[in-house]
Write a protein of this length. Sequence first.
Length: 100
Amino acid sequence: KGKGTGGMGPDKGNRNQNKKGKGGSGGRDKNRHLSQKIGVSSLLVIYAIPPDFQNDRSSVEYANDIFGIGDNPDPVNVRSQAMACSRGQLRYEPATADSP
């Protein structure tokens, strides 16, 4: 037993300290290969309402919050923030029956 380590030994305090690329904190992101998203992308939003929840918002209000569309468009919405974060390179459009 390691002295002063609570019986854990010198290397068992942080089991992830020497692992790389296999769930440990050292190098995990090196194995991620995320696709670059630019251009126009269709976005399908599914909102499930639990049976014990009272929802008083309409689909038009959700469309405004997410895409900034409706009678009184909200200038800060999911689409505008994706555009801002991507420096104008990614634009979400509402998915339709013809969306890929």
